[in-house]
Design a protein around this ligand. Structure first.
Ligand SMILES: Cc1cc2nc3c(=O)[nH]c(=O)nc-3n(C[C@H](O)[C@H](O)[C@H](O)COP(=O)(O)O)c2cc1C
Length: 177
């Protein structure tokens, strides 16, 4: 297995056969700053992959810890066998085929930029079309991590974000002093 100490826990939204489907994903990250892009590695067998291939759009949704049960359910069950369209309330933003999960405080709409066939998994790189953040999770105009309360994935377990270790791009200035 590839090792990556901690990962995000996200829900990939895709329309498959005209219906929203949500799939749990941890193998995801930012891919580019300008233009803004994100990527997610999806096994070729997933129902979600069909929807992304079909519509060339998808969404990444950031669930809060309070939705850990629904989130894990979307990683245990395939849309090929069970309808997951009602696990979350769906809304649409700019892209009519990128379903967004209303209960998730952050929703990222993506247009497929390119696909890399890595073997078992396809790496889907998406250009970010729009990011929606729940007003209740915004402080001073910025997404507030404490309010979003995202789920961290590591060691087959879901975690909540813990204490701070230092300010990034700042504590390093102490090096050698
Ligand atoms: C915590 C967690 C993380 C997961 N991460 C991924 C992932 O990054 N890529 C992937 O292909 N499957 C991942 N899975 C497995 C899929 O979510 C699972 O196979 C799901 O049932 C697929 O749904 P679908 O067939 O409706 O697309 C993960 C599952 C869990 C529980």
């Amino acid at each position: 297995m590839p090792y990556m100490s901690v990962m995000p826990t996200l829900l990939v939204g895709a329309n498959v056969n005209g219906k929203p489907n949500y799939m749990t994903a941890a193998w995801a990250t930012v891919a580019c700053m300008a233009p803004p892009m994100v990527c997610v590695a999806i096994n070729k067998a997933r129902y979600t992959a069909r929807g992304i291939e079909e519509n060339k759009t998808f969404s990444l949704n950031v669930p809060s810890a309070k939705h850990v049960v629904e989130t894990d359910h979307c990683g245990l069950v395939s849309g090929a066998h069970e309808d997951k369209s009602k696990v979350f309330k769906t809304f649409f933003g700019s892209l009519p085929t990128a379903p967004l999960a209303e209960e998730c405080p952050v929703n990222i709409e993506c247009r497929l930029f390119t696909t890399v066939d890595c073997g078992s998994h396809m790496l889907y790189i998406g250009e970010v079309v729009e990011v929606h953040v729940d007003r209740k999770c915004v402080t001073d105009g910025k997404p507030d991590l404490a309010k979003i309360d995202p789920i961290v994935y590591a060691q087959m377990t879901y975690w909540q974000v813990g204490k701070q270790a230092g300010k990034a791009f700042a504590v390093g200035k102490e090096f050698g002093k």
